[in-house]
Design a protein around this ligand. Structure first.
Ligand code: SF4
Ligand code: SF4
Length: 415
């Protein structure tokens, strides 16, 4: 049992999330069940606890117990739950079996947003220190990097210089400019990558081929606190990039292939003087403006595309990848369903960082079935998490495909 001060503390935390929309979500559900089949977890593992409405019920029962008269005067009616250990365990199971893909929102007649509701469960878990420790640790490491940042980080700059030959093998070195400029004042674009070379080399080659005035950020785009559900830490992580972009005076911040990082920077990083776009949007723009071109003969085989949930359904980047693919090949087949309705791959919500291999594979059987039905040779996507998850699904279910990153495909087809 939780003591009274802890319960009061959690109740106050809960209240910070109770805006008008959230009260509507928690009061409105008619239990029609229309959201049930929208969830890839339930479609793959049909248990009530994995339905969107089943997950939301955990938070709804806490809401009724602490914020509605029924909970105060008739908690025995069975529709309420206390914030004791069992309540927190159920909150954990509900929140960390949901990737936050928001596919269910489009199926609910009231637009009830399960991802937002799970945000309450995650905040309460942080309140009792039952949050996933790996996500908390990775968030803290990102914040510490922002606090100890120095402009003369020699070992980082040397590691970046070592990547230059691989960039130059894809596109010529720009006249009078470094191959990979790092954090340069007066750049037009600040490119924010992930920590691996694979997220820097293709984008650098494309921007050099376009003769862009760009530079690489000191920081990685990934925001572990968004998956953790800690709004304060999430802001601290994105603030590092905002401060760097404003110090350099860039016009645009371009985010690597990462759906969550793009969504956080675009829609949740506050007001700033620059525009935010995904690398996919930038590449489509270069192709449209004739600043780069690709050789369609480079790619062989039948290609399909996986829309990352945070980039497509939740970020609106839907036609740009198809425009790019149209320049790479005529042998393209859509997944069914696709665009906003695409099935989540099951790798979002921080699940890749959490490991959870067995759950990720089993909860994404419906995704594997969808991909297999496309009968493609290659599946490409534009999100690091989706790429990892699709690669593991490919192996686990023996799909026999190659998994590619869209940016990487473009970089290798530059002409
Ligand atoms: S957000 Fe996605 S994973 Fe979560 S309940 Fe809705 S459909 Fe399922
Ligand atoms: S579709 Fe909406 S109203 Fe119907 S059960 Fe699901 S969350 Fe509730």
């Amino acid at each position: 049992m939780l003591d009274e001060p802890t319960t009061m503390y959690l109740k106050n935390l809960f209240e910070t999330k109770l805006n008008k929309a959230m009260r509507l979500y928690l009061d409105t559900c008619s239990r029609c069940g229309l959201c049930v089949d929208a969830c890839h977890v339930y479609a793959s593992m049909p248990e009530t606890k994995y339905t969107p409405v089943g997950r939301a019920e955990v938070v709804r029962k806490l809401f009724k117990r602490y914020f509605r008269l029924q909970g105060k005067f008739a908690p025995w009616l069975g529709e309420t739950m206390t914030m004791d250990d069992i309540g927190m365990d159920k909150a954990f199971e509900a929140a960390f079996s949901c990737t936050g893909c928001r596919r269910c929102v489009g199926f609910c007649p009231f637009g009830i947003d399960t991802q937002q509701i799970m945000g309450i469960a995650k905040l309460l878990l942080i309140g009792v220190e039952k949050q996933p420790q790996i996500l908390a640790m990775l968030s803290d490491m990102s914040i510490a990097k922002g606090e100890t940042y120095t402009e003369s980080n020699d070992s980082y700059l040397e590691a970046i210089r070592n990547l230059e030959p691989q960039v130059e093998a894809l596109a010529p070195k720009p006249e009078g400019r470094p191959t990979i400029p790092v954090s340069v004042p007066g750049s037009d674009i600040l490119y924010v990558s992930l920590s691996g070379a694979h997220s820097i080399i293709p984008a650098a080659a494309i921007m050099n081929a376009a003769k862009e005035n760009w530079c690489l950020s000191y920081f990685e785009a990934v925001n572990f606190a968004a998956w953790l559900g800690d709004p304060k830490k999430q802001s601290k992580i994105s603030d590092r990039i905002v401060a760097e972009a404003e110090r350099l005076g860039v016009k645009e911040v371009v985010v690597v292939e990462c759906g969550t990082a793009t969504r956080v920077m675009k829609f949740q990083s506050g007001k700033h003087s620059f525009k935010v776009l995904s690398i996919v949007e930038l590449v489509a723009r270069y192709l449209k403006e004739g600043r780069i071109s690709v050789d369609p003969a480079k790619f062989q085989g039948r290609l399909t595309y996986h829309d990352p949930c945070q980039l497509a359904r939740n970020g609106g980047v839907i036609e740009e990848p198809r425009y790019i693919i149209g320049k790479l090949t005529k042998n393209f087949v859509e997944l069914t369903p696709n665009r906003e309705d695409n099935w989540c791959c099951g790798g979002g919500g921080g699940f890749i960082a959490l490991g959870e291999h067995e759950f990720r594979m089993k909860s994404s059987k419906v995704k594997a079935d969808q991909v297999r039905a496309a009968k493609a040779d290659v599946i490409c996507t534009a999100c690091e998490n989706c790429h990892t998850q699709l690669s593991e699904l490919n192996e686990y279910y023996g799909l026999g495909m190659r998994v590619e990153s869209l940016t990487n495909m473009v970089a290798h087809a530059l002409c």
